[in-house]
Design a protein around this ligand. Structure first.
Ligand code: MN
Length: 478
């Protein structure tokens, strides 16, 4: 490290800095967008940020969020990369991983090329892509995926439900086999499609069409079965999976059991499963539509099981699943709209971190280091971004969020920067807010003001998160 007083472009001084060793009083010296030094009393930088009394955390990684995805089942995205990444950044997030989504009959390559063009001129912060594989044809498996993984899209998302997206068990195994050979991570949407279809038909036949029945149509048993099936297929194919948006306590139990027997299973949950419940969909007017997403928020007493999974490490990542659907579009069908016709998804890319910080860190239930892990570090490791992203360390990108742990904020949609016309957390009060966000050494958000340009964010090619495996699986050994 150079002691030259002009060595640093930026010094963040006097904050409590959360490194992998835990929180400590350190200055951060930044040069060329990278953390060049960590230490006490660093020499003056060309510019300085005073972080006295504040907490400096790794900028969040939102490894499950949607923006400007192709229209699907009548859903059109309220947020493109400009507003989606702006909102993320103002909520203390510095990297997003949204989804390039292939459906039956489409070329994955063409979808990804289109998605690059949607992101490049508009992103405020850095981004990578997950590849939604909705049609694992021989062409996709043998050519498109290996090439896309080689160029830095190293994670695959598959669905066990939804027409046009769902894969059968045989197809899941084919994708897992490809992922094993290529060292890619597979995320699974684990709900049982047959359970949902069967219950939905029964509910509609009994004229149970109100919004609240969306919860009943997505039973915890189906989440449990699909999670167990994903784990089982993962074990057979010897390829790890990450269970997306874990909503049901019964699914947490399956993940905990798999981890206990040493299976490399990973999982994430989202704010809607800690802070919303079935009660929020059971309204006299249509406002329950604001909380319609899949899996839906479960019954109130389920929240404690998700909390336990968050706090005991069963759930590795905390992501938003930001799905920007306007409320006006959700209720466009009028008051008699059956629950099956309410567009799915809740926004939350900007409120993700403050909600968890307030309830878990300010609430005294989670250490700052664990908060950094579940909101940034583990996602970086699981998706091949570590140590460039997700950690405060010399040599890592200077992607930082500076938090005022005392700041009290009442969440209301007018203070948020997404283009979605509501937040499901309207009126909730939180303690702790990210007051400054720094992306690759540039202050992009500070004291309520944005100082960033759309298009400054870069595509980050992910490394392969897993070792490439060419040896036969145990099931093939004689
Ligand atoms: Mn999603």
């Amino acid at each position: 490290m150079s002691a030259d007083s002009t060595a640093f472009d930026l010094v963040i001084r006097g904050g409590t800095v959360v490194t992998p060793q835990g929180p400590s009083q350190l200055d951060i010296g930044v040069r060329d967008g990278v953390i060049a030094a960590l230490g006490a009393g660093l020499p003056k930088g060309q510019s300085e940020v005073d972080a006295t009394g504040h907490i400096v955390l790794p900028g969040g990684i939102d490894s499950h969020c949607h923006m400007d995805q192709q229209p699907w089942e009548g859903r059109s995205s309220a947020d493109d990369f400009r507003t989606g990444t702006l909102s993320a950044m103002c909520g203390g997030t510095t990297t997003v991983i949204p989804f390039a989504m292939q459906m039956r009959g489409q070329s994955l390559r063409a979808i990804v090329d289109d998605y690059y063009e949607r992101a490049r001129p508009k992103a405020h912060i850095d981004y990578s892509f997950h590849l939604v594989v909705g049609d694992p044809t021989p062409e996709v498996l043998s050519r498109e995926l290996p090439a896309l993984i080689a160029e830095g899209c190293t994670s695959i998302k598959i669905y066990l439900t939804y027409d046009g997206l769902k894969l059968d068990d045989y197809e899941v195994l084919q994708v897992l086999d490809l992922a094993r050979r290529e060292g890619a991570m597979v995320m699974v949407h684990a709900e049982n499609d047959g359970c949902i279809r069967w219950l939905t038909e029964r509910l509609l036949a009994e004229r149970k069409t109100k919004i609240k029945y969306h919860v009943a149509s997505h039973p915890d048993i189906g989440d449990r079965e699909a999670t167990y099936r994903a784990i089982s297929l993962s074990e057979l194919a010897e390829a790890p999976v990450l269970v997306a948006h874990v909503a049901a306590g019964a699914a947490v139990d399956e993940i905990r059991r798999a981890k206990a027997r040493g299976v490399p299973i990973y999982a994430e949950t989202c704010p809607q499963y800690l802070f919303l419940s079935a009660d929020d969909l059971d309204t006299h007017d249509m406002s329950g539509a604001k909380c319609v997403c899949t899996p839906p928020p479960k019954h109130k007493d389920n929240q404690q099981h998700i909390w336990r999974g968050v706090l005991d490490g069963t759930l590795d990542c905390f992501t938003s699943d930001h799905s920007p659907i306007n409320y006006v579009d959700k209720i466009a069908g009028g008051p008699d709209t059956p629950f099956t016709k309410i567009p799915l998804g809740v926004p939350g890319i900007e409120t993700r971190l403050p909600l968890l910080f307030s309830a878990a860190v300010s609430g005294g239930r989670m250490t700052l280091l664990d908060f950094a892990e579940i909101t940034a570090t583990r996602a970086a490791r699981l998706f091949g971004l570590y140590p460039r992203k997700g950690v405060i360390a010399v040599g890592s990108d200077a992607d930082l969020a500076i938090w005022d742990p005392e700041k009290r904020v009442t969440i209301t949609n007018t203070i948020l920067h997404h283009a979605t016309d509501y937040t499901p957390y309207e009126g909730m009060e939180v303690q702790g807010w990210p007051v400054t966000t720094i992306s690759r050494g540039e202050v992009v958000w500070a004291n309520g003001a944005v100082s960033s340009n759309a298009g400054r964010g870069k595509f980050i090619a992910c490394e392969r998160p897993l070792q490439r495996m060419t040896t036969p699986i145990a099931a093939l050994k004689g």
